[in-house]
Design a binder for this molecule. Structure first.
Ligand code: C2O
Ligand code: CU
Length: 459
């Protein structure tokens, strides 16, 4: 399937080979000819970020912001992002976390491309096909890179209705060279990205493209308006999210809608490091609080204009694998079964004996890559024998949760980052439909750096 591989082979900058026969992007991929191109440029550079309170922190940023600019695109568009690296001394890439791009666009330094060196650039291109909430981050020395701020949100909105399909974003024929700006959020819905991140040691909550609040990020919404908060966990630790002041739904997990999401009141929900939950509610006449980690002073305060914040939600923790209804149909028979046993153990990393995080008893780069064939249905059993939580993140694919600790999933939940707690066993299914060599790792990026990184390979 050559058109799924290495679409982005246009390198430039240090060490790159020039592409002599560069064609217009629409010629590179047949099915998207005529698609609107949504173009962005992101420049990685150090910057001082001013938080909501006026406090300043040093960060590594895209375009001087952390989180970087929110990239909003529409289904059916072709996304083209030019990454420029203006960091003095750091390789940078862009990985589209949760967006199942063709492998050449996956942005994993050392696997799908070389890191973009200072002064260099790289152009990523992929068709926006799956609506949902995603994020992007650098994937070279990911642990410090993401912690320091090299990440941002990616939202793929549904395809525009024909009458909306105006001259807002140009077709390539009309003006091939102009930069598109981000797509508008859907009319009638108060639709926002939210990321909670400890930036420079300060817990923050960021809404859309506003500077991160080191406290409650304010959002004003008129009563009666449907609200969608696309919350992303960008740190190495899971987040406990709570919504108080209105009943709400978990409308989507990791970019995939949850069918028949039921309304809950006061429950809290656990968001894996790297995962996304879209929380929806109808704005009441009084304030709604999205709290992080049960704190009254961290999260988003949505108000109709005035009123005091309700106390943070303190209800039971909702298990999203049991949240849906109707059960998950058995997708088998499986063509292949894979087991990942997660643990902690001594290993030699970079020549240094370390207490590492292991998969099947080994550490990167010695964990044998499970091999699949295109089209296969693969069952993965993940057993955590250690004492740490591991948010497992296979690149390039979503997995369907079959069971958690022997309890079958309540309804279909597709995920790309799932928290396997100490002693837990998860069974998930994956359709091998995106050929390549894909990194898989724990999204506690400190654990990934301490061995828990391997690959899924297509034979
Ligand atoms: Cu969020 Cu391997 O990445
Ligand atoms: Cu881990």
């Amino acid at each position: 399937v050559p058109d799924r591989l290495n679409l982005g082979a246009h390198h430039s900058g240090s060490g790159a080979r020039p592409v002599a026969d560069a064609k217009p992007v629409t010629d590179l991929r047949g099915p998207v000819t005529g698609a609107k191109i949504r173009r962005f440029t992101l420049t990685a550079r150090p910057a001082t970020i001013t938080l909501g309170s006026g406090k300043q922190v040093e960060a590594w940023t895209f375009d001087g912001r952390a989180p970087g600019p929110t990239l909003r695109v529409r289904q059916g568009e072709l996304v083209e992002v030019r990454l420029r690296n203006a960091m003095p001394d750091l390789g940078v890439t862009l990985h589209w976390h949760g967006y199942d791009v063709p492998v050449g666009e996956d942005g994993v330094a050392g696997v799908t491309q070389d890191a973009v060196r200072p002064g260099g650039e790289f152009v990523y291109r992929f068709p926006a096909e799956d609506a949902g909430s995603y994020w992007y981050h650098s994937h070279d020395l990911s642990d410090p890179a993401v912690r320091m701020g090299l990440y941002g949100m990616l939202v793929v909105g549904p395809a525009p209705a024909p009458e909306e399909d105006s001259a807002k974003s140009e077709s390539p024929q009309q003006s091939p060279a102009s930069e598109s700006s981000a797509a508008e959020p859907p009319a009638g819905v108060s639709d926002h990205t939210v990321s909670v991140h400890v930036l420079g040691g300060v817990p923050t909550a960021a809404v859309d493209d506003r500077p991160p609040a080191d406290g409650l990020a304010p959002l004003r919404v008129s009563p009666g308006t449907p609200v969608r908060l696309r919350v992303t966990g960008t740190d190495n630790a899971p987040r406990i999210l709570g919504v108080s002041g209105a009943p709400y739904r978990i409308a989507a997990v990791d970019g995939r809608d949850l069918p028949a999401a039921r309304e809950v009141t006061g429950e809290r929900v656990r968001l894996a490091a790297g995962g996304r939950h879209d929380l929806t509610f109808t704005m009441p006449a009084t304030p709604v609080l999205l709290s992080a980690d049960d704190r009254a002073d961290l999260g988003v305060l949505v108000t109709p204009g005035s009123g005091a914040a309700p106390p943070p939600a303190s209800g039971p923790l909702l298990d999203v694998t049991a949240y849906g209804t109707g059960g998950t149909p058995d997708p088998g028979p499986f063509d292949r079964e894979i087991t990942w046993v997660l643990d902690r153990g001594p290993a030699v990393l970079d020549g240094v004996p370390t207490l590492a995080h292991t998969v099947n008893g080994a550490v990167w780069p010695n964990i044998p890559a499970p091999v699949v064939r295109e089209g296969e249905l693969v069952k993965i059993t993940v057993a955590n024998r250690g004492r740490d939580t591991h948010p497992m993140h296979p690149h390039g694919h979503h997995v369907l949760v079959l069971s958690r600790n022997g309890v079958p999933a309540g309804g279909p939940v597709w995920t790309d980052t799932f928290d396997v707690g100490p002693g837990e066993v998860w069974e998930v299914a994956l359709r091998a439909d995106n050929p390549g060599i894909w990194m898989s790792h724990c999204h506690d990026l400190g654990h990934a750096a301490l061995g828990m990184t391997f690959h899924l390979a297509y034979e």
